[in-house]
Ligand binder design. Structure first.
Ligand code: G3I
Length: 404
């Protein structure tokens, strides 16, 4: 067997580069080593170019992590869908790991998904979500314990479909919250306890919870959540929080919770924004009013639709007839619109940075534009561009612009 130290050195280096160092070269004749060298060179070239291609295909995997850009101000996160946490969307998962240090469950912990019948829980997707967060050392947020939408059909009614009694609903709420929060005690860092409990006019939303228990369902939900995990942060969350009436109501609700000695850590301003709403001055007034209660402020579901505004807010019951004029950018944004959008979002992020003494977490509602609920709301089949990372996996310019 002819030995060639130079060849062996070259091959060993190549093997190591491509994680083949376990191959023991000494057992191969020179002829085989030469053909192997050619093969490895080919693989190495392919791997290198594929790595470059990967970087070209997934630029976000080379770009500065968004959470790093904002690290001195607040935690920066995203909602995750089940495909990202069950391995089907591995690119979305890898990009989320790189760019965000906090995550929230988009759908898998909502009652209709996790607790579909009174004696049945679906844990798989929620377990996958929590495992994703613990495996990647992320700040994990559960969403949402009490919400009128995606509500399990059995939750508030009896077998005849009539509203149950207050005592029955209290017991169901307690069981639901204790079971879910208890399962993830010490793993989930915070919970959206009550979601969207107030109408834009400041009145209480007449949900089944309200119809049966009145306002009392709110403190009860916070009490049960705290009982189940005394260390978890507890959030009350809603959209269109820049409105004066809604602002005043939430200040009153949170002050009442505190007066009762209940734990409430943060007020979540969802931040489902658009090109013509919210008024940033009004949004700023809400940040200051909410912080004035002693709570942290969190921006919990941030996105900016670029599409014509049909309805403000995020009331999920809206699903209007599709019309072409409501979907003007199906083939992409014009540079002008793209710039206008980035400028508006950069200005918003500057406002959040200005109040980073009050804001502890800013969470985008989706990893990239294709993930967004906005593509199907308020009518299905729209193409929107509302998030921090675009469909070509590029981090959008507003991030850098917001730091200048
Ligand atoms: O899970 C079912 C699936 O089995 C079925 O095949 C499919 C058929 O369409 O529907 C799936 O459920 C969908 C669910 O998302 C999970 O993907 C529902 O139809 C769909 O309406 C639901 O939309 C979610 C929406 O809340 C309604 O609850 C969006 O993904 C989610 O981004 C959005 O998030 C809400 C926040 O939780 C609260 N704040 C407002 C925000 C936007 O509406």
């Amino acid at each position: 067997m002819i030995r060639s130290p130079l060849l062996e050195k070259a091959l060993t280096g190549l093997l190591k580069t491509n994680n083949y160092s376990f191959i023991n070269l000494k057992r191969f004749p020179l002829s085989m080593k030469l053909s192997y060298l050619a093969t490895v060179m080919l693989i190495a070239t392919a791997c290198t170019s594929s790595r470059q291609e990967t970087a070209n295909v997934i630029p976000a995997m080379e770009q500065t992590p968004i959470c790093e850009s904002y690290s001195e101000y607040f935690k920066t996160g995203t909602s995750l869908n089940v495909n990202q946490t069950n391995g089907k969307d591995s690119i979305g998962a890898e990009v989320a790991k790189r760019h965000f240090n906090t995550i929230v469950a988009e759908n898998c912990m909502k009652s209709a998904e996790i607790h579909p019948t009174e004696n049945e829980y679906n844990w798989e997707d929620a377990d996958n979500f929590v495992k994703f967060g613990t495996d990647n050392n992320m700040w994990i947020v559960g969403h949402c314990l009490v919400w009128h939408s995606q509500l399990s059909p059995w939750f508030c009614v009896d077998e005849k479909g009539e509203n149950v009694s207050p005592d029955v609903l209290k017991q169901r709420l307690r069981d639901h919250i204790h079971t879910i929060v208890g399962r993830y005690k010490g793993k989930v860092h915070a919970w959206d306890v009550v979601n969207e409990t107030v109408e834009d006019d400041g009145s209480y939303r007449k949900t089944p919870f309200y119809q049966i228990l009145g306002e009392e369902y709110i403190p009860l939900a916070f009490q049960y959540a705290h009982e189940a995990d005394p260390d978890a942060q507890l959030i009350i969350n809603d959209y269109s929080m820049s409105g004066e009436k809604k602002r005043e109501r939430y200040v009153q609700i949170v002050n009442d919770l505190k007066k009762r000695g209940l734990r409430v850590d943060a007020i979540g301003m969802q931040g489902h924004n658009g090109m013509d709403y919210p008024d940033y001055k009004e949004f700023e007034k809400s940040i200051e009013a909410f912080a004035g209660t002693g709570c942290d402020v969190m921006i919990t579901e941030l996105d900016f639709t670029v599409l014509p505004t049909v309805v403000h807010g995020a009331a999920v019951e809206n699903n209007l007839e599709y019309s072409q004029k409501m979907n003007p950018y199906a083939d992409g944004l014009t540079p002008e619109i793209d710039n206008q959008w980035n400028d508006r979002v950069a200005e918003f992020m500057k406002l959040l940075i200005k109040h980073s003494d009050k804001i502890t977490r800013v969470n985008f509602w989706g990893v990239n534009d294709a993930d967004s609920w906005r593509n199907d709301w308020p009518m299905r089949g729209r193409t929107d561009y509302p998030l921090a990372i675009d469909r070509s996996w590029n981090v959008k310019p507003f991030v850098e612009a917001s730091l200048k």
